[in-house]
Design a protein around this ligand. Structure first.
Ligand code: AMP
Ligand code: ZN
Length: 119
């Protein structure tokens, strides 16, 4: 069923506490944790606790949950004090765009110069 945990999903395992993570924020519907391979001084992943394979399917099925993820991205940026200097929120979607974990997640990147357009 849509949104149900998947046994083969790494981020569902982080939600369940079966895989450790450096959690920085948790709400009733979301978890935010530091990326294991950070690409910037602030590199945090914000995920919905429910399983959706990407941001678009999350937003289509549960728009308020998608909004929770976006709001938490902003809270993470504020807590890491990168909101004043600027930060980027990225949803890689599809293997061609670099998506490797098919559980929707926002990358929150900041604390260094961020080129535009991104690579
Ligand atoms: P993406 O490539 O957009 O699907 O993003 C997946 C991200 O998850 C990558 O930036 C990985 O470094 C990160 N990642 C993979 N495994 C873990 C883990 N156990 N804890 C934290 N981040 C992870
Ligand atoms: Zn999942």
């Amino acid at each position: 069923m849509a949104g149900e945990p998947r046994a083969d999903c790494l981020f569902c395992k982080i939600v369940a506490g079966e895989v450790p993570a450096d959690v920085v924020r948790e709400t009733g519907t979301t978890v935010a944790f530091r990326d294991i391979n950070p690409q910037a001084p602030t590199h945090v992943l914000v995920i919905p606790k429910a399983h959706y394979p990407d941001a678009a399917s999350l937003a289509a099925a549960e728009p308020t949950l998608a909004a929770d993820v976006l709001r938490e991205a902003g809270e993470v940026a504020a807590e890491d004090k990168v909101d004043d200097t600027g930060y980027r929120v990225v949803f890689n979607t599809g293997t061609g765009a670099g998506q490797t974990v098919f559980h929707a997640h926002a990358h929150v990147l900041g604390g260094r110069g961020l080129n535009w357009p991104p690579g």
